[in-house]
Design a protein around this ligand. Sequence first.
Ligand SMILES: N[C@@H](CCC(=O)N[C@@H](CS)C(=O)NCC(=O)O)C(=O)O
Length: 205
Amino acid sequence: MARRAVMTLFSAPTDPWSHRARLVLAEKGIAIDVVSADAGKLPEDLLDLNPYHSLPTLVDRDLVLYDSRVIIDYLDERFPHPPLMPIDPVTRAQFRVALYRVERDWYGMAHDIQADPHGKTAAQSRRVLGEAIAASAEVFKAKPFFLSDEFSLVDASIAPILWRLRHYGIELPPQAAPIVKYMNTVFSRPAFRASLTEAERSMRY
Ligand SMILES: N[C@@H](CCC(=O)N[C@@H](CS)C(=O)NCC(=O)O)C(=O)O
């Protein structure tokens, strides 16, 4: 593998999976090389090291990580301040379940919409994703962030999907008002703004 002096994140400029990794970097104030790449067109020397040829891919000297969840967990452990996971085991487990659900359901449906925006599956995913987000509104009533006063990996995972709702053609119903408030809180964070690529910025403006 070519020697890379610093840590490098290979990132897709418009995908929510890469966005969550960029957002964690920004929240922690970590300045590493972020290289925009096309999925399936990773640098030659990484192709064998990431068997999925997927983005995001993180390279830290001899370590090559793929899957955005593996990457954000690593970043949170390698750069512990500010911590983006709660400390006590029960709350940690609850946050991990939330991450599991967001990845499986929300990112799963985002994938369907992106893969074939005009297809039947996308139409169904648009409806179900909008409903799922609206149904979670109660969770965002009590605290500024997901079940917490502090920004966490769950927020870093939810925000890239919420940022794309308009771009995906999803309108939230009136009962989703607490989510809209939450979106404003998260989107106005300097780290969130710093996490956006040009292409992502233009998704809402
Ligand atoms: N589970 C992966 C999914 C990432 C993903 O789907 N990335 C897309 C970005 S376009 C990709 O690399 N697709 C090409 C491929 O998987 O071959 C993650 O969380 O990183």
